[in-house]
Write a protein that binds this ligand. Structure first.
Ligand SMILES: Nc1ncnc2c1ncn2[C@@H]1O[C@H](COP(=O)(O)OP(=O)(O)O)[C@@H](O)[C@H]1O
Ligand SMILES: [Mg+2]
Length: 369
């Protein structure tokens, strides 16, 4: 097909292409009842004048954390006037003003003016409103690790959790949502004394759960009979092996796009193969880009020393290169494994206890590290 044909071709395989968008709100949301009930339990006291509890929502990327919190918040908002729930995406809002202006917006229907009003006035207005209306406030910080790029992270949490000292009767709680391992090192000692959260964890989905979720998505997004079952199974298996549901949803969309550009009426094996090929290279490149300096240095060491698989030797090299401790080596290695750029495997007793073997999961020649 020529470019004009591609653009103008009006037979679509997609019944609703938004079903594959990152912010699509799936009407059917299975397998997370336990977690959502646990969240409801922590909010419940606030409906009756009590104090809601703080929560940490923990799990690998794409295990449904964001969606589950938003669903629960929506239900709470629809059932009571006594609790205000505010969802903050920390990839977008990281400043003290930015965050409190979201809270302001939720309570008063509009953001405060950007200039001319000191922060303390905005804060005071929010807290007095909660106090007067006997409303509890729950703030979810999604991907809270990004908040720690702002030097005010501890202050923001403190502002919220210690509000009752200056404004008696004000009840607040924080839902901290995160996928990153490093969070535990992030809070100040001061904050740790007021932020004692209940942990709610989101385990990885099993193969059959993934297949169920993706099938629902197929039914919402494609016309009937566009995606043959055996391709759905391959997509589900690929998604399961990569441990990331988002990959499956992206694959569905890109299979559809490729088939459509091919003027096909159904998705074929070849479309699937091409979709996988384009996905892999984009994903690895993006993950590498998101690493911090230490993690990048370590990845480069691993890539440059293929054949050196032993974690002990590698930690020595890392120390020479960066001057960092064994603990930071371990943290960086943990991260690389967590984002699935490397695999580590215990290989029995070595000179210093358990030895670990490290395996790169991509071809370093294909990427810029
Ligand atoms: N149980 C589920 N049912 C349907 N879709 C789901 C389910 N869990 C996750 N998803 C979908 O997977 C994607 C990632 O979910 P998200 O809530 O953003 O995960 P996280 O916040 O843990 O990274 C979203 O598109 C979401 O709609
Ligand atoms: Mg999320």
């Amino acid at each position: 097909m020529g470019i004009e044909d591609i653009l103008m071709y009006d037979e679509s395989l997609f019944q609703n292409i938004n079903a594959f968008d990152p912010d699509y709100f799936p009407p059917k949301y299975n397998f997370r009842e336990t977690q959502m009930e646990a969240m409801a339990m922590s909010i419940r006291p606030a409906m009756r004048g009590g104090k809601p509890s703080n929560v940490v929502v923990l799990g690998s990327p794409a295990t449904g954390k964001t969606t589950a919190v938003r669903k629960v918040f929506e239900i709470v908002e629809n059932s009571t006037e006594k609790v205000a729930c505010v969802y903050i995406n920390c990839q977008i809002h990281t400043t003290r003003f930015g965050i409190f202006s979201q809270i302001h917006k939720r309570l008063f229907g509009h953001a405060p003016p950007e200039t001319g009003v000191p922060f303390s006035r905005i804060y005071d207005r929010i807290m007095k409103d909660l106090q007067k209306n006997q409303k509890a406030l729950i703030v979810a910080f999604d991907d809270i690790n990004y908040l720690f790029q702002s030097k005010n992270a501890n202050k923001i949490v403190y502002d919220l959790l210690r509000a009752y000292e200056e404004y008696p009767g004000v009840r607040t709680a924080i839902f901290a949502i995160l996928s990153d391992l490093e969070f535990k090192y992030a809070f100040d000692k001061n904050v740790n004394t007021v932020f004692i959260p209940q942990e709610i964890s989101f385990p990885l989905y099993t193969y059959s759960q993934i297949e169920d979720i993706l099938r629902d998505r197929v039914n919402a997004g494609f016309f009937p009979n566009v995606l043959p079952d055996d391709i759905l199974e391959q997509i589900s298996m690929y998604t399961f092996e990569n441990g990331d549901l988002r990959i499956g949803i992206n694959l569905l969309r890109s299979c559809g796009n490729i088939a459509e550009a091919d003027a096909g009426r159904e998705i074929t094996q070849e479309h699937f193969d091409r979709a996988v090929e384009s996905l892999v290279s984009v994903n690895v490149a993006e993950t590498i880009k998101s690493l911090n300096e230490n993690e990048k240095t370590l990845l480069k060491l691993i890539a440059d020393n293929e054949g050196l698989y032993n974690a002990g030797d590698l930690s020595e090299l890392f120390k020479q290169k960066t001057g960092s401790s064994y603990a930071s080596f371990n943290r960086a290695l943990g991260k690389l494994e967590f984002v699935r750029l490397v695999d580590t495997k215990y290989t029995g007793k070595g000179a210093r206890g358990q030895s670990r073997e490290i395996i790169l999961r991509f071809n370093p020649d294909d990427y810029d590290i």
